[in-house]
Design a protein around this ligand. Structure first.
Ligand code: F6R
Length: 593
């Protein structure tokens, strides 16, 4: 999704802006640009990568600048639609993330007043609107312009003759990086980490005036103080570390991620879980999320219902936002890696308005979800750079195991048995990673097909959904996931010898039914790759290929099977030469609704 950066200080802005934009590349983008204030504002932008933009750039001298990576929403990827956008006089430049809902109305009005637009974007109204109110005081003009704007934005404004950057935030993330004699602005922390580890998160409604030695923030009530946070991770944490792709590195980090997430909440000695949450009275739970996080939520439903005996619903956040949901004493839990997914933030706000207590499960300290929800439960995956979620998904699952165990309604011995098994998971995941070569050959095999099916039953059905999502998003192979029992209700029509089926044959009470379904699939001559327990001696008779997974208690099989499916997708995509860390049309953090 779009990224924005800004710099003001004693150094040349251009190389800093370019480096910061490179740090945001993982979010996904289709065009980029910068504006540097030299004697006048110099704007350079184009479709394509930061690398290409840099090659075409003259060496602009200037100590103030702004930059942008764009992920097209209004208007196709093109040079004119790329940011920064400038006003008619060429004296005000703006970079913007978010969506201006009433842009058409504003554009019509400004056009009537004589403003000439050069792009199809909603964002371009901003420099023109600011220009229309500008009478020498940039801060006043920006504030006045924002009164007219409906929608979501994080923006940075640069103006000729002003030694300051104006920033504003509403429903789209914005952070100020605090330097010595210089300051930085960005939509996301990685853009700042080469320069500072001290950051200030802006709140919705904040407007800021940033100079090289001062950061002044205002909201409707007047000047406000916001805490300076020290980021506990470095840019090194976010580097590839010798792997070909961030995604592969992040898959390999999973044993550590499980240990870290468990370590934060599970006593090292006693079988005690302490999530540090205030107790909440509730009758049922509603899990809200999008994409991969939604799949974690679906696994969470099985866990919470089985271990905690609590009624649980799971909804896709964007659907919940348009639903007529009836909630009582419901505990609403939003699951979001980034903490910035606009649909999910909207859903948490809606639940709060309905009087529900809310909890955010997220990876990102200080993200918007943590500020909207009543309570936060941090997973400990550390920064995830690959657009396709992997380690954050596994950490979300671990968080949900811990949540279920913290609410467990079962005898002490069974609960302690589950906690013992949970502690073994990092080693079990490591065993899968050690067998990566064996899995990679099935990934290469899948890469030769255009379609694939994933089937499973019970707690592994969401894992099948996640496996299909991973495969389609990074390898572009069309993949469908079904509960195995549903195939005969329609999807069977698509099974042919050219449709491989990945079947999760977990060693739980769904096993016999799965075998029946696998036989039905084989009768349609589709090749079947089964994921089966290492102790399963029967499965080979019924399928074409078997990927053996370490034995675990059935409730933990989603973790084990998900790692196998991540590797399958990775190697299929690699074989196809796909852009694994930045798949086409996708963004890491989806900050528009
Ligand atoms: C897929 C993927 C997305 C995200 C979704 C929600 O690999 O990463 O489906 O899971 O966009 O993002 P978060 O968890 O940041 O709310």
């Amino acid at each position: 999704m779009c990224g924005i950066v800004g710099y003001i200080g004693g150094r040349d802005a251009q190389p800093i802006l370019l480096q910061s934009l490179r740090r945001l590349e993982y979010r996904g983008y289709d065009s980029c640009g910068i504006a540097v204030l030299a004697s006048t504002i110099k704007v350079h932008k184009d479709v394509g990568r930061v690398e290409q933009l840099e090659k075409a750039l003259p060496k602009n001298k200037g100590k103030l600048g702004i930059g942008h990576t764009r992920w097209a929403t209004h208007g196709k990827p093109s040079k004119s639609n790329a940011h920064p956008h400038i006003d008619c006089s060429g004296k005000i430049a703006v970079v913007h993330n978010g969506v201006i809902d009433n842009f058409q109305q504003l554009r019509d009005k400004l056009t009537q007043e004589g403003h000439r637009f050069r792009s199809d974007t909603d964002s371009e109204v901003m420099p023109h609107l600011i220009e229309s109110y500008y009478q020498g005081d940039l801060e006043q003009a920006v504030r006045r312009a924002l009164v007219d704007v409906h929608g979501s934005y994080s923006l940075i404004v640069l103006a000729a003759n002003h030694k300051e950057l104006l920033v504003a935030r509403n429903e789209s993330p914005l952070v100020v990086g605090v330097g010595d004699g210089e300051n930085f602005v960005a939509s996301d922390v990685p853009a700042l980490l080469d320069y500072t580890d001290r950051v200030i998160y802006l709140e919705d409604g904040d407007v800021g005036v940033i100079t090289d030695d001062e950061i002044r923030l205002f909201n409707q009530a007047g000047e406000v103080r916001r805490e300076t946070n020290v980021i506990p991770w470095t840019m090194e944490d976010a580097q590839k570390g010798g792997y070909d792709h961030f995604m592969l590195k992040e898959i390999h980090e999973q044993p550590r991620v499980i240990r870290d997430t468990l370590g934060g909440y599970l006593s090292a000695i006693e079988p005690e879980v302490d999530l540090g949450l205030e107790s909440t009275e509730f009758e049922d739970i509603l899990l809200l999320a999008c994409g991969t996080s939604y799949h974690a939520g679906l696994v969470g439903r099985y866990l919470l219902e089985k271990v905690a005996r609590i009624p649980v619903r799971v909804e896709i956040a964007s659907e919940f936002n348009h639903s007529n949901a009836v909630l009582g004493e419901t505990w609403v839990i939003g699951i979001t890696q980034s903490g910035e997914t606009a649909d999910l933030l909207g859903a948490i706000k809606k639940a709060k308005q309905m009087g529900c207590k809310t909890l955010a499960i997220t990876n990102c300290v200080g993200s918007s979800a943590t500020r909207i929800a009543d309570q936060t439960f941090y997973i400990r995956a550390q920064p995830e750079i690959g657009v396709a979620a992997t380690k954050s998904f596994i950490a979300q699952l671990i968080a949900l195991y811990l949540l279920a165990l913290s609410q467990a309604k079962m005898d002490i011995r069974s609960r302690e048995g589950l906690i013992r098994e949970l502690r073994l998971l990092p080693d079990k995941v490591q065993l899968i990673l050690d067998g990566e070569d064996g899995i990679s050959k099935y990934g290469k095999y899948l890469s030769t097909y255009d379609n694939a099916f994933f089937v499973a039953r019970g707690i592994n059905f969401p894992v099948a959904l996640e496996g299909a999502l991973k495969l389609k998003e990074i390898s572009y192979i069309h993949a469908e996931a079904y509960p195995a029992g549903e195939l005969k209700h329609g999807p069977f029509a698509l099974l042919t010898p050219d449709t491989p089926v990945i079947a999760i044959a977990a060693g739980d009470d769904t096993y016999e039914a799965m075998l029946t379904n696998i036989k039905e699939i084989k009768a349609r001559e589709s090749p079947v790759i089964a994921l089966a327990d290492e102790a399963d001696e029967d499965i080979d008779k019924f399928v074409d290929y078997v990927i053996r997974v370490p034995s675990v208690a059935p409730i933990f099989s989603p973790v084990i099977n998900s790692v196998v499916l991540q590797l399958l997708a990775y190697y299929a995509a690699k074989e196809r030469g796909c852009s694994i860390d930045m798949p086409r049309n996708l963004a890491k953090s989806v900050t528009v609704k």
